[in-house]
Design a protein around this ligand. Structure first.
Ligand code: 8YV
Length: 313
């Protein structure tokens, strides 16, 4: 038998990371297999671990089809696409890559918040279209003095809070429970926070607990002067309700790094000027992706050498 542990890789991870993994593990590229059910019928027994990402996930059906699965090693902090309950019931270890991307994701959140509030993307389009020659660009609202409402005050939320404070914003937050290590204004209800906020920044995990947390009613609470920033998961927002709210002026604008059905972005959003759209680049720097790859690999090694995770979900 092959002495190397066998990994089922769900989608293409970074080439350098895959090369590193392949020195010690036998990698099966699931996405390249035409008839996956047939392949599983003959290989399921031999798979020791799943290698995946927040984007690729791991379904309950797949996990259940692998009788000797010991671990699911994932690239990314979010694990809403992984059937964690199914895995835990069988004692399968699940790891993610928390911590190493907090500052990077916070930078992205602040970058798109500023781009939205100060109309930077619009201004760029204005210059490129040659409009400056015959018109003045409309004024924007100031950032300083505005209330930044953070929905989900975890480590990324705190990193965002720290940054926007330096712009003179007032930070308020909603979280399942009040944190005693921050003194920002706490709102027990989401709607209360949204009413108080000029900018609402979504930093909650995805998954069933936050599915369409932001719908028509919440957008009304944010109001016609309010801006929505989402660097969490597309599933957190009812995208159709958001489109309607943007079209009707129920809210002032939105900056979105994540979408309900990536990489599909609704044409209605593309047609709007008061939105900033980025392609899920929250953690997208060389340094951060390297740190995530290192933590992914360290988890994989720890699971197979020590029998335990470094960062289990
Ligand atoms: C993606 C992310 O996972 O960490 C997360 O939860 O959303 C991102 O970092 C990354 O793009 C991996 O594919």
């Amino acid at each position: 038998p092959d002495p190397m542990p066998q990994l089922l890789m769900i989608g293409a991870l970074q080439p350098a990371l895959v090369a590193r993994i392949e020195q010690r593990y036998r990698v099966h590229r699931f996405w390249e297999i035409d008839d996956q059910s047939a392949w599983l019928r003959s290989h399921a027994q031999s798979i020791d671990a799943i290698a995946t990402s927040g984007v690729f996930g791991a379904s309950a059906e797949l996990i259940e089809s692998l009788p000797n699965l010991k671990a699911i090693i994932s690239f990314g902090v979010g694990y809403d696409s992984i059937a964690v309950d199914t895995a835990k019931k069988r004692g399968i270890i699940v790891t993610n890559t928390p911590g190493v991307l907090d500052n990077c994701v916070a930078d992205t959140a602040v970058a798109i918040l500023l781009a939205l509030g100060r109309r930077i993307s619009e201004a760029d389009r204005f210059v490129r279209a040659g409009e400056w020659q015959h018109a003045r660009f409309p004024l924007a609202g100031s950032i300083g003095g505005k209330v930044c409402g953070i929905v989900g005050m975890g480590n990324i939320g705190r990193a965002i809070a720290k940054r926007v404070e330096s712009f003179g914003m007032t930070v308020a937050y909603h979280n399942r429970r009040r944190r005693d290590d921050v003194d920002y204004a706490y709102h027990e209800t989401l709607e209360g926070l949204l009413e108080a906020a000029d900018y609402a920044v979504l930093v909650v995990p995805g998954g069933s607990a936050t599915d369409k947390l932001i719908g028509a009613e919440q957008l009304r609470a944010l109001g016609p002067q309010g801006y929505l920033v989402n660097i969490a998961r597309g599933s957190v927002v009812d995208e159709q309700a958001l489109i309607t709210a943007l079209q009707n002026g129920t809210i002032a604008g939105a900056a979105l790094d994540v979408f309900a059905d990536e990489p599909r972005v609704p044409a209605e959003l593309l047609a709007l000027d008061n939105v900033v759209l980025t392609p899920h680049i929250g953690s997208g720097t060389h340094e951060t992706r390297q740190a995530m790859a290192d933590l992914f690999f360290a988890n994989l090694e720890s699971v197979f050498k020590e029998g335990k995770a470094l960062t289990a979900v």
